[in-house]
Design a protein around this ligand. Structure first.
Ligand code: IPM
Ligand code: MN
Length: 358
């Protein structure tokens, strides 16, 4: 088993170090190799996704990714910006299926911005298509407007597009995931306005017929945003496109108390996967040793389960995380009165200790 370690920028290096520490505490046989990515790679090599990093990612069974980005790169040309590294990895490895679970731990129920009764017991899985949609659609660019309200003015344009096979394969992923849970899928679209999402809805309905045991409903994305904050527990598996999934998964994350708790997995057809926390590089707190490493540690657990065929080890990590929360240890993002504030390294150490006691 080979794991590529790509810490990236900002808090990425701090949180990935903790996850690697936890992996090494498991007593499994695996090889790791670390490479630069994002702004760190741009600084060293002039490109956010150097060939060597991409090569390492391609030949690994799994990738543990931190986060990329910093304000200081905002003025670079788009192809050189740190975000292009994660987009390039997703595209080049064909990581089309993004799993973003949002689980509210009972110990953290009061850290949520919503009332306790709305989020207590919350366990939803957002499945976001990750290699299509307006993120990658061509053409895109800037030009002098040939028509419209202001002909002759500068304009910018992107293209939202999905092909039938792209929608079919993510639909299968969603229905199969639902079978392992409570057999309900909500497909989120904007079919009332967008041709792309009419096709999406049609294909979801078609594929749904192959899964008669799974209940499928369709919801417009604006309503889905409302329902997520009104009655989030009504959802089980949510499947949607790249952009809607980006937005809804941040909202869902906050329901659980902190985005610092949420892992994610991005898989291709070979079950090769990239595992990263759902949050970003948080340059405002980088280097201070206060970032919450639990989302990355839980991402490592997902990696063991999905790409490395070590489900027992995954469960051990998840139980250890549960244990440190029960002990009352909290990084500042989830701190509340009556709990113990700890830093990034202390949190990682506590997980390792809990593992040794399990
Ligand atoms: C995410 C991030 C990325 C995205 C950015 C960093 C390109 O927000 O993984 O959700 O928009 O997909
Ligand atoms: Mn996002």
């Amino acid at each position: 088993m080979k794991i590529a370690i790509l810490p990236g920028d900002g808090i990425g290096t701090e949180i990935v170090a903790e996850a690697v520490k936890v992996l090494h505490a498991l007593d499994l046989k695996f090889e790791t190799e670390t490479a630069l990515v994002g702004g760190a790679a741009y600084d060293a090599h002039g490109h956010p996704l150097p060939d060597a990093t991409l090569k390492l990612a391609k030949e690994s069974d799994a990738i543990l990714f931190g986060a990329v980005g910093d304000w200081k790169y905002d003025t670079l040309d788009r192809p050189l910006r740190p975000e292009q590294a994660i987009l390039g990895l997703r595209k080049n490895l064909g990581l089309f299926a993004n799993f973003r679970p949002a689980i509210c731990y009972p110990q953290l129920v009061d850290a949520s911005s919503l009332k306790r009764e709305l989020v207590s017991g919350l366990d939803i899985l957002i499945i976001r298509e990750l290699t299509g949609d307006i993120y990658f659609g061509q053409p895109r660019g800037r030009r002098v407007s040939p028509d419209g309200h202001f002909p002759g003015a500068e304009e910018a344009f992107d293209t939202m597009r999905y092909s039938r096979p792209e929608i079919q394969r993510i639909a299968h992923v969603a229905f199969q995931a639902a079978r392992k849970r409570s057999s309900r899928v909500t497909s989120v679209d904007k079919a009332n306005v967008l041709e792309t999402f009419q096709l999406w809805k049609d294909v979801l309905t078609e594929i749904g017929k192959e899964y008669p045991d799974v209940a499928l409903d369709h919801m417009y994305v604006d309503n889905a945003a409302m329902q997520l904050v009104k009655a989030p527990k009504k959802f089980d598996v949510v499947v949607t496109g790249n952009m809607f999934g980006d937005i809804l998964s941040d909202a869902a994350a906050m329901l659980t108390g902190s985005i610092g708790m949420l892992p994610s997995a991005s898989l291709n057809t070979k079950n090769q996967g990239l595992y990263e926390p759902s949050h970003g590089s948080a340059p405002d707190i980088a280097g201070k040793g206060v970032a919450n490493p639990l989302a990355t540690i839980l991402s490592a657990a997902m990696m063991l389960r999905f790409s490395l065929n070590q489900p027992e080890a995954a469960v051990r990590i998840e139980k250890a995380v549960d244990a440190v929360l029960t002990q009352g240890l909290r990084t500042p993002d989830i701190f509340s009165e009556g709990t113990t504030k700890v830093g990034t390294v202390q949190m990682g150490d506590a997980v390792v200790k809990a593992l040794s006691q399990s």
